[in-house]
Design a protein around this ligand. Structure first.
Ligand SMILES: NC(=O)c1ccc[n+]([C@@H]2O[C@H](COP(=O)([O-])OP(=O)(O)OC[C@H]3O[C@@H](n4cnc5c(N)ncnc54)[C@H](O)[C@@H]3O)[C@@H](O)[C@H]2O)c1
Length: 347
């Protein structure tokens, strides 16, 4: 299959795009490269186009069998930068891309959605794909509205499918340290303390970046009647954790590091425990291979081998999406719409 991966240069895309290629697909990436120079180790070389997804039209999508759409402002804090930007890229950008894909005859459109759309569940109940959506942030709201508008395009040979991903962890050559498990291990590695930013009571399901990449392959290969217009929670039942349990897992792997709480912590209102049976029952052959325990060991080893420093983690913030975007705005490399003032500034 010839597959266009948007956001292939990001945290997930840098693992997912090579995974699709290793499975025999012809993969092309498209990205605006906000995180160029933010590498962690050796990054893959994927043939790519430098473009903003907001500008892509049917001609850019001709000849592709499928699109995997990852490009987005990818977390809640970035949504606070200017909520309108999150709606512009994650909602309007996604819908116009899906329309362009349909017009170009792309058959399958795999959209990276998020379990964060379940928001404040207010209970320990397991939430399946039909649970009420209670987005608490512009980021989560952008995913809810994009799903709704893109699913309406299903039909006439166009099959959108939505991956409601759990929070991702694990090593990637475009590491993010603003996702919870990667962050806790980074505190432990760089300071000797596992620092919680909340009281740790919130539920947060997790999935490893390589399991997520393999799950994407399954959705690309599945018969269209199984996936068209469907949303799937992506993760595994044993990986519904409370944040404080994650801190304990990090402590078990790195016992010299104590769990500490940042000053003035309170409960995180974003708390959701998720049911993952729809994907498991639809694709019974698939196995999630990672757990948080294994992920912590992998992360700790990689931080050690590649010499992650406190400076990179907490001062320059080169692995923190909001910090990197702020830097590009402050230096004038990006304008207020997050467009490069000049392409050469961005290289
Ligand atoms: N990482 C997680 O825990 C997680 C969980 C659930 C869902 N997701 C979703 O998965 C997708 C990928 O997440 P990630 O963690 O790899 O994020 P990321 O920030 O590391 O990568 C996003 C990529 O998209 C690119 N991009 C952003 N805006 C763009 C635009 N307008 N045009 C072209 N490229 C653009 C960026 O340059 C970057 O390379 C996102 O849609 C995110 O919402 C991520």
């Amino acid at each position: 299959m010839r597959i266009l991966v948007t956001g292939h240069h990001g945290y997930i895309g840098s693992v997912l795009a090579p995974t699709l290629r290793e499975a025999g697909h012809d993969v092309v990436g498209v990205d605006t490269f906000f995180y160029r120079g933010c590498d962690f180790g050796t990054a893959p070389d994927i043939p790519s186009l430098e473009a903003d997804v907001r500008d892509l039209g049917p001609r850019d999508l001709e000849g592709f069998d499928a699109v995997v759409h990852l490009a987005a402002l990818s977390n809640d804090p970035v949504g606070d930068l200017d909520p309108e930007l999150t709606y512009e890229i994650n909602l309007r950008g996604s819908v116009s891309l899906a329309r362009a894909a349909k017009a170009a005859g792309v058959r399958r459109f795999v959209f990276a959605s998020s379990c964060s759309m379940y928001g404040a569940s207010g209970s320990d109940a397991l939430l399946d794909e039909s649970a009420p959506l209670r987005p608490l942030t512009p980021y989560a709201e952008s995913k809810v509205r994009a799903e709704k508008e893109v699913v309406a395009l299903a039909g006439e040979g166009f099959a959108p499918v939505f991956m409601r991903n759990a929070t991702v962890y694990g090593v990637s050559p475009r590491l993010r340290l603003d996702v919870v498990l990667n962050n806790l291990v980074a505190w432990a590695h760089t300071t000797g303390a596992i620092r919680l930013q909340s009281d740790g009571s919130a539920w947060r399901p997790l999935v490893h970046v390589r399991d997520l990449s393999r799950a994407t392959l399954v959705l690309l290969d599945a018969p269209l009647e199984l996936v068209t217009g469907q949303a799937f929670n992506i993760g595994s039942p044993e990986q519904n954790y409370r944040i404080r349990e994650l801190a304990e897992i990090v402590h078990d792997c790195l016992p010299e590091c104590e769990v500490t709480f940042a000053g003035g912590v309170s409960p995180d209102p974003r708390s959701y425990r998720v049911r993952f049976s729809k994907f498991a029952e639809t694709f019974p052959e698939f196995r999630f291979e990672w757990t948080a325990e294994r992920g912590v060991k992998e992360l700790a080893r990689a931080y050690e081998e590649l010499g992650l420093t406190l400076e990179e983690f907490d001062v320059t913030g080169r692995f923190t999406r909001l910090a990197q975007l702020r830097r590009l705005l402050d230096t004038g490399a990006l304008d207020r719409d997050l467009r490069w003032r000049s392409r050469s500034d961005g290289s």
